[in-house]
Write a protein that binds this ligand. Structure first.
Ligand SMILES: Cc1ncc(COP(=O)(O)O)c(C=O)c1O
Length: 433
């Protein structure tokens, strides 16, 4: 239950605040005042284990001391000089060159996920050969809410659809196979159709994709899906643009999720986990694309907040900790623990139709009946709310709950969070019986 001080504040705010908040904020009705590590505190003094890591941003937890120090120091020195060089920017470039695959050696810096996706689209369109004026995207992909990004999003994100000049391909959603097939006897037919519809089309310049589809419920492709598509894109001159705004920075157990699938992209967008929740985004690419004369026009990587010294300081400090403390290896270890614990929950609760994930990114799909697989958003919401009341924060959207703990979370706290999730499932399923 939302406490009395929070209720009073939410009431005051509602008099002026435009509606349209995320499902989880609107439902949860919590006013958070502080975050330390993996624990949040609300205005009434209640505490929560945050297994959503902010909005999948807090890879190092809330207010990591190294990032607080870097931001405080930078805030006292310099905030904005347009996109002029600063000493930190050179250091961040070198750090990224160490963390990213060798061929992704050229970078541009922005503030948000949608902004960096737009920058990737501009680069693709700049280098595209004449006649290649269409962009490939996947069903269930999410790339942001600006006009260009929305053109790639083909499902209801609370706005009218806007398909623009994108070409749509099948996503690897095995639990709800659009072709009604079963893996592996399907022989990954969905990938074969993406090849036909996108990768072999002469007018498509790029495929923009999430290697693991995050917002639609953590859809993890089966072996064979990306291999088939990536090779055909390469053979047909279709650029591979990996949108790793959510997965990039280590969340799936490698710095890029692409590395887990053997994809060698031409461009990559990164944002959420890179700067501990400070607005920041990176476009990383092959120099053949980002240094191409048509992509390198004056001002093409500039904007008011692009290259912001505060964002750069936060990103540099965050990534230095990720590297220093070998946190990506920790993601794999803790991810295996989550796999185990979530498999137990799935066997106890048939309403958990599917549980899937990679590293520290998991999706729990709720169904009314495991036989029909009819989605149960009311149950996902009930579990989300019961968990909050028990002191656990997760991320809910439609009939899916996502879990994405900080990489730094203490193992015991993670176990405690998963125990609370089990209790929330008991309460919610009991109430819906
Ligand atoms: C894969 C992906 N791309 C782009 C975006 C858009 O990012 P932002 O909300 O920062 O604009 C998101 C946001 O969740 C995302 O998950």
């Amino acid at each position: 239950m939302t406490g009395p001080r929070q209720e009073e504040l939410l009431h005051r705010e509602a008099a002026h605040l435009a509606p349209g908040a995320s499902e989880e904020s609107a439902l949860g009705r919590r006013v958070f005042v502080e975050g330390r590590g993996a624990v949040l505190t609300d205005l009434d003094g209640n505490q929560y284990i945050d297994l959503a890591a902010g909005t999948l941003t807090q890879s190092l937890g809330h207010c990591p001391p190294e990032v607080v120090a870097a931001l405080t120091e930078q805030a006292a020195r310099l905030w904005n000089v347009h996109d002029s060089a600063t000493p930190d920017r050179a250091a961040l470039c070198e750090l990224l060159a160490r963390l990213l695959p060798e061929e992704l050696d050229t970078y541009a810096f922005f503030s948000t996920g949608a902004e960096v996706v737009e920058a990737a689209l501009r680069a693709v369109q700049a280098v595209a050969e004449p006649g290649r004026n269409r962009i490939g995207a996947l069903r269930h992909g999410f790339h942001g809410k600006t006009q260009g990004a929305r053109m790639l999003v083909h499902w209801d994100i609370g706005n009218q659809a806007h398909a623009g000049n994108s070409v749509l391909g099948y996503s690897p959603y095995c639990y709800r196979c659009p072709l009604d097939l079963e893996y592996p006897s399907c022989e990954v037919r969905c990938a074969g159709l993406v090849r036909r519809h996108i990768a072999e089309k002469p007018n498509v310049s790029a495929l923009v994709f999430e290697p693991v589809l995050g917002a639609a419920g953590v859809i993890v492709p089966p072996p064979g899906y990306w291999e088939r598509i990536a090779d055909t894109c390469r053979d047909n001159g279709v650029l591979l643009v990996a949108d790793e705004v959510l997965t990039g920075g280590g969340r799936t157990g490698t710095f890029l999720a692409c590395e887990r699938f053997g994809i060698e992209p031409d461009l990559v967008t990164l944002s959420k986990g890179l700067a501990s929740g400070f607005p920041f985004a990176v476009l990383a690419g092959r120099s053949s694309v980002l240094r191409h004369p048509r992509a390198a026009a004056a001002g093409s990587t500039a904007s008011t907040y692009a290259n912001n010294p505060l964002g750069i300081a936060a990103a540099r400090a965050t990534l230095e900790v990720v590297a220093r403390d070998t946190l990506i290896a920790r993601v794999r270890t803790l991810g295996a623990l989550m796999d185990e614990r979530l498999a137990e929950l799935r066997s106890r609760f048939p309403v958990l139709g599917d549980v899937r994930g990679l590293g520290l990114l998991h999706g729990l799909e709720f169904v009314r009946d495991p036989a029909t697989r009819e989605p149960a958003p009311e149950l996902a919401r009930a579990v989300y709310l019961a968990a909050l009341d028990l002191g656990l924060r997760t991320s809910v959207g439609g009939h899916v709950i996502r879990l994405a703990p900080p990489f730094t979370i203490d193992r015991t706290l993670l176990e405690e969070g998963l125990t609370l999730l089990g209790r929330a499932l008991e309460q919610a399923t009991e109430a819906h019986r």
